[in-house]
Design a protein around this ligand. Structure first.
Ligand SMILES: *[C@@H]1O[C@H](CO)[C@@H](O)[C@H](O)[C@H]1NC(C)=O
Ligand SMILES: *[C@@H]1O[C@H](CO)[C@@H](O)[C@H](O)[C@H]1NC(C)=O
Length: 208
């Protein structure tokens, strides 16, 4: 074998022999976050409460323009997820409320616990997969796909989701286009919308 082959074999073994050295790494969000997440909180100071998230308790009032209330349990608010490659969110919908088209860095699995929603995603071939879900139904949205949920029932609706990353991010397409620092004229050009429509969107979000 030449040197390169030895190097390749070495790298392979180094990867395969990667052992799990610690039981958990409850994140310390006061430390800088790297690609693998936060540094660990001192294990001697970790208690049961670090592994319990209470932020999903109670009623969530949907009072934004979309008629939703999204409660994220990502590793920055629930640091027990740090390093485990999982996270959660609770989605509450007013009657007619929506989670507009958005994506994450990860896949997502949703379970509907109240009401009835249409959930769906659109793949890179522009094929839409969507269905009306009833309580107890589970739907999966593959990694990075654009997806959405619409409350089509006569009552408020609630769903819980889990994502296979501790910090999966939530990028809402309308927010990215009309709430961030993208100038209105560029938003207009890249969406082919009229100036009137772009200004209507910006007014809706209070950014004009
Ligand atoms: C979500 O619900 C909580 C609890 O009712 C409320 O404090 C919060 O303002 C709501 N957020 C949105 C965006 O509707
Ligand atoms: C891609 O989309 C086209 C047009 O809708 C459809 O005919 C085709 O079957 C799709 N291909 C795949 C692999 O889904």
């Amino acid at each position: 074998m030449n040197n390169l082959s030895y190097f390749v074999v070495f790298c392979l073994l180094a990867t395969l022999s990667h052992a799990i050295e610690i039981d958990f790494c409850v994140g310390d969000p006061s430390l800088p976050r790297g690609p693998q997440g936060y540094g660990c909180k001192d294990p001697a100071k970790v208690t049961t409460d670090d592994f319990v998230y209470t932020g999903f308790r109670g009623e969530k009032t949907p009072n934004n323009v979309f008629g939703n209330n999204v409660t994220l349990a990502f590793s920055d608010v629930f640091p027990a997820f740090n390093g485990l490659g999982i996270s959660m969110a609770r989605l509450d919908f007013a009657v007619g409320g929506v989670i507009p088209v958005h994506s994450h860095r990860t896949s997502e699995v949703l379970i509907l616990v109240k009401g009835s929603i249409i959930a769906g995603f659109i793949d890179t071939n522009n094929t839409a997969y969507y269905k009306r879900l009833e309580v107890g139904d589970v739907m999966v949205f593959p990694q990075a796909m654009l997806h959405f949920q619409i409350n089509v029932g006569k009552t408020p609706a609630t769903a819980f989701v889990s994502l296979n990353g501790a910090n999966p991010a939530l990028q809402l397409t309308p927010t990215a286009l009309f709430v961030g620092n993208l100038p209105a004229d560029i938003a207009q050009k890249i969406t082919l919308l009229s100036q009137k429509e772009v200004m209507r969107m910006k007014r809706l979000f209070g950014t004009s």
